[in-house]
Design a protein. Structure first.
Length: 200
């Protein structure tokens, strides 16, 4: 995992930026596809449209764990495909959140395999403390949030490795729930990035 120094700085008036981004519901920004896991199972994974390539390289909107999603902008979410694995974060903290209401390990393995296979960078901008969902498989969702002014960038291997480590450390009775914080490169600085594995 590494940190890339910033080479440019662009200031955009917040009023201009916000007015250029429409409020779009989470449902309108998600799609799904059949996915074969490492265990050979065919599963359906739900993810942001930009991850599937429909909106790559343009800013889109996504909301997680909120009501009235279409009423106002929550987060600008973008996935940029790279054609190679991306690793942009350092070591993470881990907190066990496993309970009877946690997602299944099998579903989280499905999610991990899907995210690992989508080579590229997940970019999330700051907002109020609500997790932006990267993807969901069955009962398992992986979400990311940041308070950093410049947002945060998370590589596909970063997310997959975090899910793997959480499963190894905390799985119990076929269930897994966890959260933590990791520092990730956002091109300007290392951004504190909160993540969570939670029930869909």
């Amino acid at each position: 995992m590494h940190f890339t120094a910033a080479v440019a700085f662009l200031i955009i008036p917040l009023g201009v930026l916000c007015s250029a981004l429409p409020a779009v519901s989470e449902q309108a920004q998600t799609t799904s596809e059949a996915f074969t896991t490492s265990a050979g199972e065919v599963r359906t994974v739900h993810f942001h449209r930009s991850v599937g390539g429909e909106a790559t390289a343009q800013q889109t909107s996504s909301t997680a764990n909120g009501s009235g999603a279409g009423a106002r902008l929550r987060k600008r979410f973008q996935f940029t495909a790279s054609g190679e694995d991306r690793d942009l974060c350092g070591a993470s903290s881990f907190v066990d959140k496993t309970s009877g209401g946690s997602p299944t390990v099998a579903d989280c393995i499905c999610l991990r395999d899907f995210i690992r296979g989508k080579q590229g960078v997940y970019s999330v901008n700051r907002d109020d403390p609500r997790f932006d969902r990267l993807a969901t498989c069955g009962t398992c969702t992986f979400g990311v949030d940041t308070a950093n002014f410049f947002g945060t960038d998370l590589g596909n291997t970063d997310a997959a490795d975090i899910i793997t480590s959480a499963i190894d450390m905390f799985q119990s009775g076929g269930l897994i729930g966890a959260e933590g914080r990791v520092g990730c490169d956002n091109a300007f600085q290392t951004a504190g990035t909160d993540w969570a594995i939670f029930h869909s």
